[in-house]
Ligand binder design. Structure first.
Ligand code: ADP
Ligand code: MG
Length: 232
């Protein structure tokens, strides 16, 4: 049994470089307690997306240690990593929706992949789609959606399986502020239900909506607080 008090994410002395390039991250430590809500800020190119990729296991660090849910991921077999990945919901800037599947099928996908019976989740998927304002678009294909609709679809897919960890990379990038606020309420609701939330954003309006911890990346280092963003 893993202890319940283990941090959801515990990054220790992380270094990351791409190929022979300079270190994008150098000596980063980040510890997220279960049920915490954290914003990650930093200028464009500071390494926010890279840091998130490490957290959702789509990238390996050049050095340092990654513990997720109390487990050192470098010691895990691919099948065990797969189990961990299913506990993480991810919303990416480019949404990664599957174009030939309907909105409904896109959102239901994590449940299907997890082997759940369709009859089990019919209501959940319908309810969540209504909640995010896509009740009238369930049969639409992603290429026919507006930017805001694609984004809500991606967020619904990320949270349908009630992940223990929710990671979002600039989720309010291209939507109007009202939609942004609604999305944030969804994340806050997930957080109230126990999910650990980590959101990369440079949207100060978003950060002001909830009182949450803020960390910032600059020059490969992670610091507490907003950094120079507030002053800029
Ligand atoms: N796949 C990659 N290959 C090479 N360099 C990359 C790659 N991804 C990101 N980088 C570089 O790493 C740095 C940090 O990028 P990124 O993590 O996307 O920052 P942010 O999300 O804060 O804008 C940038 O200099 C970027 O050019
Ligand atoms: Mg980025």
């Amino acid at each position: 049994m893993m202890p319940e008090t283990a941090p959801t994410i515990d990054l220790q002395r992380i270094g990351l470089r791409y190929g022979r390039g300079p270190e994008v991250l150098s000596g980063v430590d980040l510890r997220l307690a279960p049920g915490s809500f954290t914003f990650l800020t930093g200028a464009s190119g500071a390494g926010k997306s890279s840091l998130l990729k490490l957290c959702y296991l789509s990238l390996k660090p050049s050095r340092g240690l990654i513990n997720l849910f109390g487990q050192d991921v470098s010691t895990l077999k691919p099948s065990q990593l797969q189990v961990l990945r299913r506990r993480i919901g991810v919303v990416l800037q480019d949404f990664r929706l599957i174009d030939h599947l309907s909105v409904w099928e896109n959102v239901a996908l994590p449940l299907r992949v997890a082997g759940r019976a369709r009859a089990d989740y019919l209501t959940d998927v319908n309810e969540l789609l209504s909640w995010v304002g896509l009740g009238h678009r369930v049969d639409a294909l992603p290429p026919t959606l507006s930017g805001g609709e694609k984004q809500r679809c991606a967020i619904a897919r990320a949270i349908i399986a009630k992940p223990d960890l929710l990671i979002a990379d600039e989720p309010t990038g291209n939507v109007d502020p009202a939609i942004g606020a609604r999305l944030l309420r969804l994340f806050a609701e997930m957080n109230r239900m126990g999910a650990t939330v980590l959101i990369a954003t440079h949207d100060l309006g978003l950060i002001d909506e909830v009182s949450a911890r803020t960390v910032h990346l600059a020059d490969g280092k992670l610091g507490e607080g907003l950094g120079p963003l507030r002053a800029a």
